[in-house]
Design a protein around this ligand. Structure first.
Ligand code: 13P
Length: 254
């Protein structure tokens, strides 16, 4: 059985002080919710402080990006080795990185490889843009991203995938549970072909895009959907706690 996973992608929000307050507000309640992995992904500058705040709890930490080289003259970048000291997870290939920072599947591939080699657990983001969706190209886009991002990687143990349709991110227009379940089922079948059935059954695949406490049930009730990658709602303590609590409850009754 796959352990459900809810990750909060804070994006470029919360300074160090705000990050500390947010974690202090959520810590006790989040810690008590069982049978689910809860991952906070704050900006890099808050990782060390939050690591100390959640020490001894069941809350886990992730970064939002990583560079693929181990060290050297790469001004402004953060290496997998540096992250490995601080956190367990790392989001890779988010559509905002693809859109604003020109990340393509080749770069994403190098980052996934470097993260896995270092023992980090990557959350690989894939998803189609609005025009691709409207042109009926969702599966084509997703399969290209998966093949490109995982090229040459034989062992994906530790990896999760997040299906985040770009048109659903930050828009308040989430996909429907059916849409997300269909594409996520397709992602699993693709992984089964690229690797094998057992590996695809072990892989956690999340939905992301305008997830809130009001709509999360619709996604996590679906058999293929193992959790969510949450943006805006992860910055509100009560919302995020509810999302985690509801997911844990629903998945336990399946
Ligand atoms: P929102 O939940 O704000 O739509 O963001 C989704 C996302 O991009 C998570 O990585």
């Amino acid at each position: 059985m796959r352990v459900p996973l809810i990750a909060g992608n804070w994006k470029m929000n919360a300074n160090l002080n705000e990050a500390i307050v947010l974690v202090q507000t959520m810590r006790r309640e989040l810690d008590e919710i069982a049978n689910i992995d809860k991952v906070l992904c704050p900006p890099f500058i808050s990782l060390a402080a939050i690591r100390d705040l959640i020490k001894g709890s069941s809350i886990k930490l992730g970064a939002q990006n990583v560079y693929f080289e181990a060290k050297g003259a790469y001004t402004g970048e953060i290496s997998p080795l540096m992250l490995a000291d601080l956190c367990e997870y790392v989001i890779i290939g988010h559509s905002e990185r693809r859109q604003y920072f020109n990340e393509n599947d080749e770069i994403v591939n190098k980052k996934i490889m470097a993260a896995l080699r270092t023992g980090l657990k990557p959350i690989l983001c894939v998803g189609e843009k609005l025009e691709e969706n409207e042109a009926g190209k969702t599966k084509e886009v997703v399969i290209t991203q998966l093949k490109g991002s995982l090229a040459g990687i034989t062992n994906i143990s530790g990896l999760s995938v997040a299906y985040e349709p770009v048109w659903a991110i930050g828009t308040g227009k989430a996909a429907t549970g059916e849409q997300a379940n269909e594409t996520i089922g397709f992602i699993r079948r693709t992984i089964s072909k690229l690797y094998d059935e057992g590996i695809s059954q072990d892989l956690r695949i999340l939905y992301g895009g305008s997830v809130t406490a009001d709509n999360v049930d619709e996604f996590v009730e679906k058999s293929e959907i193992d959790g969510a990658l949450v943006g805006g709602a992860s910055l509100k303590a009560d919302q995020f706690i509810s999302i985690v609590r509801q997911t844990s409850k629903i998945k336990q009754t399946r």
